[in-house]
Design a protein around this ligand. Structure first.
Ligand code: HEC
Ligand code: HEC
Length: 249
């Protein structure tokens, strides 16, 4: 136990140190001239410059995603087509993404949202066939993410394949093409755009499954429900016996 704690602390220290290191974005190619003046100076209309300065270190310069096991990273966002979704992410800061309303002005956020959805959105989203999606998911994804999309099975390198509940369609589509961390990437030669969209549709469907018998009980299934039923029954029995004995503990 203390060893694990130490390890955790060490990891934490590393990641903090790394964060500070990466504060200065190592923007390459033509990005420098645009970023020198920082956000305040960046013209509100230059969505690309703001993206390079503020977003690329986590999402990659083309929005292709950056895997970070110890350090920071962000998902592939090439399937985000709605500027409103980008604005939402900047406002809310999902997972460990920072919130931007105090860093960027509204026109700046709009410009980035435009840039992301017009220039980076390379993965078409929409359509898809539920049945095909289920078949493909069981074959390509379930070995790691489990058929019910609730994740948990051990993947390579000891990194857990996460539950896919709460992941937006864009995140799922992006992950398929990108392959974060130990997850394999599925390029169009392996899964066509149509097949990708079928999987996305299936994941969206299982994210809200119809509960098989009343209360879902964390979707542990009918066995767990039956088990809970028995516990309830036995405690009632115990209570009855207690009353029978006069109700004095
Ligand atoms: C410190 C790393 C980091 C930075 C910087 C960052 N993001 Fe993110 N971003 C994330 C993470 C982590 C997620 C959530 C991943 C998930 O839900 O699985 C995310 C999610 C998103 C999403 C997808 C939301 C969804 O669920 O569909 C969009 C769009 C996005 N970011 C845009 C941006 C933009 C634009 C910027 C720059 C203004 C930015 N991000 C800066 C890490 C970052
Ligand atoms: C070899 C095991 C493996 C397979 C196969 C696999 N995944 Fe993953 N997946 C992972 C692991 C591990 C992660 C976590 C990666 C990380 O956190 O760096 C992950 C992460 C994800 C994420 C979260 C991305 C994010 O930014 O939050 C999604 C969505 C996802 N996988 C969907 C899928 C889909 C859809 C398939 C099938 C086409 C699939 N995965 C196939 C292991 C796998």
């Amino acid at each position: 136990m203390p060893v694990r704690l130490l390890l955790c602390l060490a990891l934490l220290a590393c990641s903090v140190a790394h964060c500070q290191e990466t504060q200065v974005p190592s923007a390459n190619s033509g990005a420098q001239n645009a970023t020198q003046s920082g956000t305040v100076g960046a013209p509100a209309s230059d969505g690309r410059a703001i993206f390079v300065l503020r977003c690329a270190k986590c999402h990659g310069f083309r929005g292709e995603g950056v895997s970070g096991v110890v350090s920071i990273g962000g998902p592939n966002i090439q399937a985000v087509h709605d500027p409103g979704d980008v604005l939402w992410a900047m406002e809310v800061g999902p997972s460990h993404m920072p919130q931007f309303p105090y860093i960027l002005s509204v026109p700046q956020m709009r410009a980035v949202a435009d840039y992301v959805t017009k220039n980076l959105a390379a993965i078409p989203l929409g359509g898809g066939d539920l049945t095909e999606g289920g078949r493909l998911f069981r074959r390509e994804c379930a070995p790691c993410h489990q058929p019910s999309v609730r994740g948990g099975a051990l993947a390579f390198n000891g990194i857990n394949a996460p539950a896919l509940t709460g992941k937006s369609a864009a995140i799922v589509a992006g992950a398929i093409r990108w392959g974060p961390g130990p997850m394999p990437a599925f390029p169009p030669s392996v899964l066509s755009d149509q097949q990708l969209n079928s999987i996305v549709r299936y994941v969206e469907y299982v994210q809200q499954p119809p509960a098989p018998s009343g209360t879902p009980m964390n979707w542990l299934g009918p066995v767990a429900e039956g088990f809970a039923g028995w516990i309830g029954l036995f405690s009632l029995l115990g209570f009855a016996v207690w009353i029978e004995w006069g109700g004095t503990g």
